[in-house]
Design a protein around this ligand. Structure first.
Ligand code: NAP
Ligand code: G4F
Length: 334
């Protein structure tokens, strides 16, 4: 039974990847950082089958220890400070975790477990102020946030450890992907939860920032499958994973509100606090290499994703569960 280590297993992607790999018969080790209350909500269905190992990307020693103890065959580095606005509030922490954390893991692999295959969760945010449309593996980077800059560093360190030390180190350049397990502050989840709240009479407006920003958005479950496929290749490489379509935040609102029988124009209000100091206006990926080499293509369309998320949030709120409003914690004073 092969062993996989997943950092960020408590996150959206980590939970989908762990489920997928358990289904393939892997032993899954999930790295979880210490907290006064550990939240394993996203792992509810598989918690008894994932081996949890306490660790943190800020701490080199624990990474070495985990690799020595579990001897993983595949390592998926999904852990990161992943919310772009927080990266302006906490640029140093973002650099420590999202950038240097990658080097800590690569060094641990190089010294302790060089035969392991490594996946780095790179991001379309690296393209930032885009130099080319659509963006592909060879498109130059122009990051627009501390998060984007940290991801560029992590990406290039992955390429360098591959070329300098011969590690099987692969970088997946994933475009936006959501799901009902998406963090509450990301725009598609903020919209689906907002629609559900309004539909059930729990709110009467939804404050948003830039409605004209465009994203290439798929379903997280499809993207987890692409991560695994990348590490099954004989040679490590870089891959863009995307749908090839782009949609504005305004379109997201239109589709989500319409699904609940509402008109977004009656509820969405412009709120300056959700605009960013520097915006990524347009992302659209060219996933043809992933299709050709990995045989990967997305199964869930953008509209299906938005409907799935609205339905899940209606069910969540109907179940009386308390959902904290975290979306205003990182608003930016201008
Ligand atoms: P997410 O839901 O925010 O999950 C992030 C994970 O990282 C959580 O498990 C979190 O643990 C963990 N983490 C944060 N700081 C850590 C640290 N210092 N040490 C160890 N673990 C730490 O993110 P996601 O959407 O699943 O994304 C997964 C990865 O793909 C991230 O690297 C993200 O930047 C990247 N990415 C995401 C997208 C997307 O659209 N979703 C697109 C491109 C790339 P806690 O639960 O303890 O907070
Ligand atoms: O949902 P977002 O916060 O995601 P963003 O910045 O695209 O980053 C996500 O995707 C990246 C891949 O490209 C990942 F690497 C990263 O970890 C994360 O998962 O914002 C999307 C767009 C932005 O243009 C933003 O300005 O939505 C716009 N937006 C408009 N109003 C809003 C809001 N974003 C948020 N979060 N909240 C708003 O009220």
């Amino acid at each position: 039974m092969p062993t996989a280590l997943i950092t960020g297993v408590t996150g959206q992607d980590g939970s989908y990847l762990a489920e997928f790999m358990l289904g393939l018969g892997y032993q899954v080790i999930g790295m979880v950082r210490r907290a006064s209350v550990v939240r394993l909500d996203r792992l509810e269905a598989i918690q008894d089958r994932v081996i949890l190992a306490q660790g943190d990307l800020l701490d080199q020693v624990c990474l070495v220890r985990i690799l020595q103890e579990y001897e993983p065959d595949e390592i998926y580095n999904l852990a990161a400070q992943s919310f772009v606005p927080t990266s302006w509030h906490q640029p140093i922490l973002t650099g420590e975790v999202t950038a240097l954390g990658v080097t800590r893991m690569l060094e641990a692999i190089r010294t302790v477990r060089p035969s392991a295959r490594f996946y780095q969760a790179s991001s379309s945010e690296m393209f930032g102020k885009v130099r080319e449309v659509p963006q592909k593996e060879t498109t130059p980077f122009y990051p627009r946030s501390p998060y984007g800059a940290a991801k560029v560093y992590g990406h290039w360190m992955t390429v360098n450890y591959r070329e300098s030390y011969g590690l099987h180190a692969t970088s997946g350049i994933l475009f936006n992907h959501g799901s009902p397990r998406r963090g509450l502050e990301f725009v598609e989840r903020k919209i689906s939860l907002g629609v559900a709240s309004i539909k059930l009479g729990l709110a009467d407006k939804l404050p948003l920032g830039n409605l004209e920003a465009r994203r290439d958005m798929g379903f997280a479950g499809d993207y987890a499958r692409a991560m695994w496929l990348m590490l099954q290749q004989d040679e490590p490489d870089d891959y863009v994973v995307a749908t090839g379509e782009t949609h504005s935040v305004r379109e997201m609102c239109d589709i989500a509100f319409s699904h609940a029988g509402l008109d977004y124009q009656d509820y969405v209000v412009r709120d300056e606090r959700f605009f960013r100091p520097a915006e990524v206006d347009l992302l659209v990926g060219d996933p043809s290499k992933a299709g050709r080499v990995l045989g990967w293509e997305p199964q869930i369309t953008f509209t299906e994703l938005m409907h799935m998320m609205v339905d899940a949030d209606l069910e969540l709120l109907r179940s009386d569960e308390r959902v904290p409003d975290v979306t205003e914690m990182t608003t930016l004073r201008r």
